[in-house]
Design a protein around this ligand. Structure first.
Ligand SMILES: Cc1cc2nc3c(=O)[nH]c(=O)nc-3n(C[C@H](O)[C@H](O)[C@H](O)COP(=O)(O)O)c2cc1C
Length: 383
């Protein structure tokens, strides 16, 4: 059944209703008191765009060139682990959407589909996101697999030295692999729409742990420390990976400059959707500061808190070249499977397109600080 989704809040409510609490809280929840998560969206919401009149905006284009690829839209799919907990086959839906809409798909180390299957589904639209956990060997084994497939872009996520304490996950007893006690059983029993479908297809696994070639047969473990990654590792990875290397989870201008100087091809400004440090600044506040630090042309991807198309336009105006959507897409899937996902993506397209017309622009590539109401534009770099 096609869900009634007219904004991302509708999708979120539909997901909340259909999914067991433990699963909904896994995607919706955040670190600590969830302050940063809430602020990500409220700070974005407060930014004002400047409406303009008497400009012919009949024909508009949302196409964007980024990292040597031509995309049909200025946004893509953020890497997210264990998406199939939202709906069986969620990863497949995301890969189909990446192909249908010609947008990038971030495939997480922790995804429910593996590197090879995702390459078959989405081809060069897929970007592999790497976590380095308990051993470098496991990480380099995955890098090798991505290279063998033909992936051109590697995203190294560095903002999870430790998996943060997320109260909702702890309260609900969420863990990977899942353990089902009486509390979880009751939760599943009272959400039969999700449970029957998931039981029929089997409980999703971290798929990249299978098909590994590393000779110790080790697996990536979610709760192991990921704190070993240092600058020397970045150098080793840069030597090893010849494709585009993007570093995700950067919020410090000083780090941004060092990463640029170490030879990365791009930065991904993000606070992980507030899922890591609950006292971190909002990603949107740091974006113009980081843009200033790395200069006008260094590639920057942005995410964290985007819940509507105007948010995408604001991030581009603040200095991003490309925007990724996280929870917004999972709410769509959680509420209505592939139809819910399509509804959310279509909504973003309509919202961006409409906003473009309202602010007097016809080409998404022309978005700059001048589309902002002046008081918000003062700290943004002229590009
Ligand atoms: C359920 C879930 C799982 C995630 N898993 C990963 C992951 O495996 N790797 C990663 O780099 N980021 C992961 N993220 C963070 C997203 O890539 C992205 O930074 C975040 O969702 C953006 O915030 P937003 O969802 O509020 O827009 C995850 C986010 C969610 C919601």
């Amino acid at each position: 059944m096609k869900p009634n989704i007219f904004n991302v809040s509708d999708a979120r409510l539909a997901a909340k209703k259909r999914m067991p609490k433990i699963m909904f809280d896994y995607i919706d929840g955040a670190a600590g008191d969830e302050y940063t998560c809430e602020q990500n969206t409220s700070v974005l919401d407060r930014i004002r765009l400047q409406p303009r009149v008497f400009i012919n905006v009949e024909n508009r284009s949302l196409k964007k060139n980024f990292l040597e690829q031509q995309w049909d839209l200025p946004f893509g799919i953020a890497p997210m682990g264990m998406c199939n907990l939202t709906w069986p086959g969620a990863d497949q839906m995301l890969a189909s959407a990446a192909t249908r809409y010609n947008i990038p798909l971030g495939l997480s180390t922790m995804a429910s589909s593996n590197i090879e299957t995702t390459w078959d589904r989405a081809g060069e639209r897929a970007w592999f996101q790497l976590y380095v956990g308990q051993s470098e060997e496991i990480a380099f084994d995955m890098v090798q697999r991505a290279e063998t497939c033909g992936y051109e872009t590697l995203i190294l996520t560095v903002d999870v030295p430790m998996v943060a304490l997320r109260p909702r996950e702890r309260r609900n007893g969420f863990q990977a692999p899942l353990r089902i006690g009486p509390k979880q059983f009751f939760d599943f029993a009272t959400h039969p729409q999700w449970s029957i479908r998931t039981l029929l297809t089997g409980v999703p696994k971290v798929a990249n742990n299978e098909g590994s070639d590393n000779n110790k047969g080790e697996k990536f473990v979610r709760n192991e420390s990921r704190g070993k990654v240092d600058w020397r590792f970045l150098d080793r990875l840069r030597d090893r990976w010849k494709g585009n290397l993007v570093i995700k989870g950067v919020l410090s201008p000083e780090d941004a400059v060092t990463i640029k100087n170490a030879g990365a091809d791009g930065l991904y400004v993000s606070n992980h959707g507030g899922r890591q440090l609950d006292s971190a600044p909002t990603a949107i506040e740091m974006l113009p500061i980081i843009r200033r630090a790395v200069g006008e042309s260094f590639p920057i991807i942005f995410d964290s808190g985007v819940r509507n198309g105007e948010g995408v336009v604001k991030a581009l105006a603040y200095g991003a070249d490309f925007v990724m959507l996280g929870r917004a897409l999972l709410y769509g899937i959680g509420g209505g499977g592939s139809q819910g996902l399509t509804a959310v993506i279509d909504l973003f397209i309509q919202q961006i397109d409409t906003a473009l017309a309202q602010i007097g622009r016809t080409d998404i590539n022309t978005i700059d600080k001048h589309v902002l109401v002046e008081k918000y534009a003062s700290m943004v770099l002229e590009r």
